[in-house]
Write a protein of this length. Structure first.
Length: 339
C-alpha cells in the first residue's frame, strides 16, 4: 500500500499538470484570437437597405484588415428604404483610431457564394470615427442580386451549345477546327490567286510584257531625268520660277503694288464724300434736283404733244423731197426774172 507522502506527491503532480495544461490552452487561445476576446470594443452603427447574407459575427474590415465584428442585425422600422436595417459594428478600441470619419462602408463577399462582411474604404479626413457614431453606407450592386439565375442558366446553355457545335464541326469555326474542308478551300483560293498573279506577270501577257520590257523603264527614266533637270534649273535661278525663288525683285514689286493699292483704298476711305455727312447731303440734293429737272423735261408739252412731232416730221420730208428734186433738175431753180 502506497504511503501518504507518495499519494500527496501524485496529487501534486496531477494538479501541476492540469494547471500547466490550462495555462497552455489559455495561451494558445490568446495567440489564436489575438486578444480579441479580452480587448476593449467600441460600437458604431451602420444603416443599410438589405442585410442579405450578413449575420452576427461577420467580419468588419478596413482596407482589407480586420478591425471588428458585427454584433447585431435588426430592423429599424423606418420608412426610408435605405435605412431599413440597423447593423451594430463592434470595433476594437485600439483599431478604430485609424478609421477616418469620412470612410465609406459596403457589404461585400470574398466570392460569389462566400460569406458577407462589412468592407470599409478608408477616407482622408484627419478626424477619426467617433464612438456610437454612424458609418456612411455606399450601395454596391451584387452580381448574384443583379443577375437573374434563369438568364444566367440560359447564357450557360448557349455557351454549351456553341462549344458543342465547335466540337462536332457544325459551325464554320468548328469545321475549321475539326476538319480539313475549310483549310483546303482556303488553300485552293490562295493557289488560284498565286496562279492569277503568275499569269498576269508572265512575259506573254500585256502586264508581263510591260513589266519585262525595258522601254517602259527607259521612258520612266527619261521623265525622271527631265524632272530632275527642271528642278536643277529652278534651283540655279533659271527661268521665271527660278528667278522668283532666287531673287526677291518680283516679290518686292508685287509687295509694292499691294501697298500702293492699300494706300489707294485708305485715301478713298478718307474722301470727304465718305467721311463727311455734309458732302453726302449735298450729293443727295444734287441728285434730287437732277431728278426733278428730268421729270419737268418729261412733262414739257413739246415732248408730250404728237402734233409738233408730226409737223416737224412733215417739214423734214418736204425738205428731203426738195433737195432730191434740186439734185435731179437744178435748172428748175435757176430761173431769172427780168423787170
Amino acid at each position: 500500500m502506497p504511503s501518504v507522502a507518495r499519494i500527496k506527491w501524485a496529487k501534486f503532480r496531477v494538479t501541476a499538470v492540469s494547471v500547466a495544461a490550462v495555462v497552455i490552452l489559455a495561451g494558445l487561445l490568446f495567440e489564436l484570437f489575438g486578444g480579441i476576446l479580452f480587448s476593449l470594443k467600441t460600437v458604431v452603427y451602420l444603416y443599410i437597405p438589405d442585410a442579405s447574407g450578413l449575420s452576427g459575427e461577420s467580419p468588419v474590415r478596413v482596407d482589407g484588415i480586420d478591425v471588428g465584428r458585427v454584433s447585431a442585425v435588426a430592423l429599424t422600422g423606418s420608412k426610408d428604404a435605405n435605412r431599413a436595417v440597423k447593423v451594430t459594428l463592434q470595433f476594437f478600441r485600439d483599431r478604430i483610431r485609424g478609421v477616418p470619419v469620412d470612410s465609406v462602408a459596403q457589404i461585400s463577399s470574398d466570392s460569389l457564394i462566400g460569406d458577407k462582411f462589412v468592407d470599409i474604404n478608408g477616407g482622408r479626413s484627419p478626424q477619426n470615427l467617433p464612438a456610437e457614431g454612424e458609418m456612411i453606407y455606399k450601395f454596391q450592386p451584387e452580381l448574384l442580386r443583379s443577375l437573374d439565375l434563369t438568364q444566367f442558366t440560359q447564357q450557360l446553355r448557349l455557351v454549351d451549345a456553341t462549344l458543342t457545335d465547335i466540337e462536332q464541326g457544325r459551325s464554320q469555326f468548328g469545321k475549321f477546327y475539326q476538319g480539313q474542308e475549310f483549310y483546303n478551300d482556303l488553300l485552293q483560293k490562295l493557289t488560284d490567286l498565286q496562279k492569277a498573279i503568275g499569269a498576269a506577270t508572265s512575259s506573254t501577257s500585256d502586264v508581263g510584257a510591260m513589266l519585262s520590257n525595258d522601254q517602259m523603264h527607259s521612258q520612266a527614266s527619261q521623265v525622271l531625268e527631265q524632272l530632275d533637270q527642271t528642278i536643277a534649273k529652278i534651283q540655279s535661278g533659271q527661268g521665271t520660277a527660278g528667278q522668283l525663288l532666287r531673287s526677291t525683285a518680283q516679290y518686292d514689286q508685287l509687295l509694292a503694288k499691294a501697298q500702293a493699292f492699300r494706300k489707294s483704298i485708305e485715301d478713298l476711305g478718307k474722301n470727304d464724300l465718305l467721311q463727311s455727312t455734309t458732302a453726302y447731303d449735298n450729293v443727295g440734293v444734287m441728285l434730287a434736283g437732277l431728278i426733278k429737272s428730268v421729270d419737268e423735261l418729261n412733262l414739257n408739252p413739246y415732248l408730250t404733244n404728237a402734233t409738233l412731232y408730226e409737223n416737224l416730221n412733215g417739214s423734214l420730208k418736204e425738205l428731203r423731197d426738195n433737195v432730191k428734186d434740186f439734185r435731179l433738175n437744178p435748172r428748175k431753180y435757176l430761173r431769172l426774172k427780168v423787170f
